[in-house]
Design a protein around this ligand. Structure first.
Ligand code: SF4
Length: 461
């Protein structure tokens, strides 16, 4: 599709301008909060039990000592935000695997609630092997929204991604999620999926959709496959050659299956997140929160028109916090036009732009502020409602936003690639060795005695 290619190239070019990792001289802290802004706190936990070869996130192999020291530093960094006067309404814990050390996670979320009593919901990511009693008992008292990384319910694909041995077969994963869902342990239970894998067929997509529906999860996020330059070789070696030829077709299949017809079971919460109920927090918190400080190694903050990037090195992270600095090491300022582009993309990805709010904020209409972007989307039939109040999307418009977000996150991933390339030698070796260990799909946490039991804590079954 020509519009898909043009859009990919445009967002790639914009990303190339901003997703460059250059340390900013003298930068030791995030800015103070602005009055009247609603902030969300992002915390990054960069540890996984086994490193997946294709993954672009900032993550290191888990060791208890490393993780305990890291969590201690992150709590210190959280106190720095409190001292600055920040207030938060929601928390998102991402990774890595945030649930890799439950005691430390509990202490950290506990401190967040103590320092910021306005916090409502806490959201955390996890992997299917942690949907077991020991973890779930603690998790259900800590977080209201749990997001489980599943990626696919196809055993062949799970094997090719080296996830089958680590996280179990699709049937095992499905049964675990069903058990968690039946026990109603969380206000919101999200299942993360990926579509457009090489070799994926419409029948495989249908199977994934059916499994998600059968799982009882309250929400699902279907990400388009995102391949950064550095992870392309690894992905092509494991899952095959990546093209975008089927992406639009698969996307419409997924959207229509969840949200089509007269009585859909799900409603769109964003262009690729579908929820059984409205008003649920989503993985793309950037849609609901315009500004979010991030703590932890590899965190990225967006505050008052600037992007801030935290150090990706664990040692540098520890040293910065120990000397009383925050972990932020680079800052890029968005000129007003690019801030508009960012809001245009996030607003439409979240399904609509409120034109009155836009005018109040930027002092001009969307069409005047971003004439090229607006004209491109309009010419491609992307807008459904386009009146004085709102801008909303047609099915084609929703797909074009998926393309924009795919390219945007590929840009973020390439930033992570640069950060990884700049790691000190011993930390780079740690990641490399962890990836080599992860290439074999032999380790199966689900084969352990604990995992073989019911996924639901006995007290709540
Ligand atoms: S994809 Fe694998 S390595 Fe990456 S964060 Fe998830 S579990 Fe960790």
């Amino acid at each position: 599709m020509l519009s898909e290619r043009l859009l990919s190239a445009a967002v790639r070019a914009l990303g190339g301008k901003y997703f460059r990792l250059e340390a900013t001289e003298g930068l030791t802290e995030l800015p103070d909060p602005e009055p009247g802004v609603r902030y969300m706190l992002y915390m990054h936990v960069p540890f996984c039990e086994v490193l997946c070869p294709y993954c672009s996130f900032n993550r290191f192999p888990f060791s208890e000592d490393r993780a305990k020291a890291y969590f201690r530093s992150m709590r210190e960094e959280m106190r720095m935000l409190a001292d600055k006067g920040y207030t938060f309404y929601e928390v998102y814990v991402g990774g890595g695997t945030p649930t890799v050390d439950m005691d430390e996670l509990a202490k950290t979320i506990g401190l967040a609630r103590e320092l910021f009593p306005t916090i409502g919901d806490v959201s955390s990511e996890t992997n299917p092997n942690h949907l077991v009693p020991g973890y779930l008992e603690k998790l259900s008292s800590l977080v209201q929204r749990l997001s489980v990384g599943v990626q696919s319910f196809d055993d062949g694909l799970l094997k090719r991604m080296a996830r089958y041995g680590k996280y179990g077969s699709s049937q095992q994963i499905l049964e675990r999620i069903q058990a968690v869902s039946d026990a109603r342990l969380f206000k919101s239970l999200n299942v993360d999926m990926i579509f457009n894998f090489p070799g994926q067929t419409p029948e495989m997509i249908d199977h994934d959709i059916a499994c998600v529906k059968a799982s009882g999860a309250t929400q699902t996020t279907f990400y388009p496959l995102m391949v950064s330059p550095a992870s392309r070789a690894s992905i092509e070696k494991t899952v095959g050659h990546v093209t975008y030829d089927n992406e639009a077709k698969f996307y419409h299949q997924i959207y229509d299956s969840f949200c089509g017809g007269d009585h859909p079971e799900f409603r769109p919460s964003s262009c690729y997140t579908f929820s059984r109920e409205e008003g649920q927090m989503i993985d793309e918190y950037v849609v609901n929160y315009e500004q979010y400080p991030a703590i932890g190694s590899g965190g990225i903050s967006y505050l008052n028109g600037s992007l801030y990037i935290n150090t990706f090195s664990l040692r540098d992270y520890r040293d910065r916090i120990a000397r009383g600095d925050m972990s932020v090491m680079a800052r890029t300022d968005f000129p007003k036009r690019d801030e508009m582009r960012y809001r245009f993309m996030m607003g439409l990805f979240g399904l609509e732009i409120d034109k009155r709010e836009w005018r109040e904020r930027f002092g001009c209409s969307v069409a005047r502020g971003l004439p090229v972007e607006y004209a491109f989307m309009k010419a491609n039939g992307a807008f459904d409602r386009d009146d004085d109040e709102k801008l909303t999307l047609t099915p084609k418009g929703r797909y074009l936003m998926v393309v924009m977000m795919r390219q945007f996150f590929i840009g973020v991933n390439s930033l992570r690639d640069q950060a990884r390339a700049a790691l000190p030698e011993d930390e780079a070796r740690l990641v490399f060795d962890g990836i080599e260990a992860g290439r074999s799909d032999a380790r199966c946490p689900m084969a352990s005695g604990a995992a073989a039991a019911s996924a639901v804590p006995a007290s709540q079954a």
